[in-house]
Design a protein around this ligand. Structure first.
Ligand SMILES: Cc1ncc(COP(=O)(O)O)c(C=O)c1O
Length: 357
C-alpha cells in the first residue's frame, strides 16, 4: 500500500495547475505571467513579480531549523493551511474521517467538516484530560474511514506531550490505513524532543511546525509541513499557486537570521520564567479549582464561573480564552504567558475578583 492509495483518487489523477513562476523560475525577460514590468514601491523592488511558490532559501532554512531535508518540507500559510491541505488530499467527502482527541485544537474539526469528512472523537479524561491511548488505537483499528489521526504535542489547550512509545503504536496501527499528524505548534516550549527525526523512517508520519508561537511571528503566517516527499508532492498538487507573499518570505528569512535566533532564545527563557510567575500567581487562589500547567506557553485553569471571570477581566482590558461552546471545557480558562507587565495586570484583575467573592 503506497501513500497515494490513501489519498483521494481524483487528486492523484488530476493534472495540477502549473504556474508561470513554476515553469520559469524568475530569470530572463519575464513576459510570461502578465505581471507589470516594475514595482510602484521602491521599498519592495520585486513586488510586481509573482513570488516563488516554495522559495528555495526559505525551504532550506526551515529544513535546517527543524532538522530535516528540504525535500521533506512544504512551507504553508501557517499550520492552519497544512491542516486544510492534508484534509482535502486525504479525506473524501461523505466517506472518510479524521480522528481527534478533544479537547483539541479546533481547526482539525473545522477542516474536516468543511471538506464533508466525519470527525471521530476519542475524548480525554474529563477531570485530568489524560489522553485515552487505548481508545485511540481501538478507534483506528475499528474504523476504516479514519484517514488522518491528529496528535498534538504539546497539546492545545491541555499542554501535555505525546510519548514516543504511544506514537510508535499509533504508527504501527496506522500503517496502510491513515496518516498520523503530530502537530508541534508549541514544541519549542517543551523539553520533549521533536518527532521530526522519525519522519525519515515513516512515510505515514507528518509533523506540523510553525513560526507563529515560539518565533513570535503569528502575523507572518508561516508554517511548515514535514513529511516524506510522497506526501509533500500530493499536498503540492492542491496548494495555491503562490501561497507565500514576497514580503512574508523576506521577513521569514530575516527572522531566521543568526541575530534573531539569539533573541528567540531570550524570548523562550523569558517566557519560561514568566510561566513560573503565572503559576505562582495562581497558587492559593480561592476561585481556582484546578491548574493544568502543561509544557506550552499557556496554562489551563478551572474556576467556579468562567463566564463571569472572563467578563470581569475583559472589563479591565485583560482578555483570556474561555470555551463556552465546549462541554469538556466548562468553566475552563486558558491563559497565555505574556510579558511581566501583562501578568501584573492579570494579577491585579485576579486580586480584585478575589476581593469581590
Ligand atoms: C495546536 C495548534 N496547531 C496549529 C495552530 C495554528 O498555527 P498557525 O498560526 O501556524 O496557523 C494553533 C494555533 O493556535 C494551535 O494551537
Amino acid at each position: 500500500m503506497t501513500i497515494e492509495n490513501l489519498a483521494r483518487a481524483e487528486i492523484v489523477a488530476m493534472k495540477p495547475y502549473s504556474s508561470a513562476r513554476k515553469e520559469a523560475p524568475g530569470k530572463g525577460i519575464l513576459l510570461n505571467a502578465n505581471e507589470a514590468p516594475w514595482s510602484l514601491l521602491e521599498s519592495a523592488m520585486a513586488l510586481n513579480r509573482y513570488p516563488d511558490p516554495q522559495p528555495e532559501r526559505l525551504v532550506q532554512r526551515l529544513a535546517a531549523l527543524y532538522g530535516t531535508e528540504p525535500q521533506n518540507v512544504l512551507v504553508t500559510r501557517g499550520s492552519d493551511e497544512g491542516i486544510d491541505l492534508l484534509t482535502r488530499v486525504f479525506c473524501r467527502a461523505g466517506q472518510d474521517a479524521i480522528l481527534q482527541t478533544p479537547p483539541a485544537f479546533g481547526m482539525y474539526r473545522i477542516a474536516a467538516q468543511t471538506q464533508g469528512a466525519s470527525v471521530v472523537s476519542v475524548p480525554r479524561d474529563s477531570k485530568t484530560f489524560t489522553l485515552d491511548e487505548a481508545g485511540v488505537l481501538d478507534a483506528l483499528k475499528d474504523d476504516p474511514r479514519i484517514k488522518l489521526v491528529y496528535l498534538t504535542s504539546p497539546s492545545n489547550p491541555t499542554g501535555d506531550v505525546v510519548t514516543s512509545a504511544f506514537l510508535d503504536s499509533v504508527l504501527e496501527t496506522a500503517e496502510g490505513r491513515a496518516l498520523v499528524v503530530v502537530d508541534e505548534a508549541y514544541a519549542e516550549f517543551s523539553n520533549h524532543p521533536s518527532f521530526v527525526p522519525a519522519v525519515g523512517k515513516n512515510e505515514h508520519l507528518v509533523v506540523l511546525r510553525t513560526l507563529s508561537k515560539a518565533w513570535a511571528s503569528a502575523g507572518l503566517r508561516c508554517g511548515t509541513v514535514i513529511a516524506q516527499p510522497s506526501v509533500i508532492s500530493l499536498l503540492r498538487r492542491i496548494i495555491a499557486p503562490y501561497p507565500l507573499p514576497s514580503p512574508v518570505v523576506s521577513l521569514a528569512l530575516a527572522m531566521l537570521d543568526e541575530g534573531v535566533i539569539e533573541k528567540q532564545g531570550d524570548l523562550l527563557r523569558q517566557l519560561r520564567h514568566n510561566k513560573g510567575i503565572l503559576l505562582g500567581m495562581l497558587e492559593a487562589r480561592s476561585f481556582v479549582r484546578g491548574v493544568v500547567p502543561g509544557e506550552a506557553n499557556f496554562v489551563l485553569i478551572r474556576v467556579d464561573d468562567a463566564e463571569a471571570l472572563l467578563g470581569f477581566c475583559a472589563r479591565r482590558d485583560v482578555i483570556l480564552r474561555g470555551f463556552p461552546a465546549d462541554p469538556a471545557l466548562q468553566n475552563c480558562i486558558r491563559i497565555s504567558v505574556g510579558s511581566t507587565d501583562d501578568l501584573a495586570q492579570l494579577k491585579a484583575a485576579f486580586d480584585a475578583w478575589e476581593k469581590r467573592l
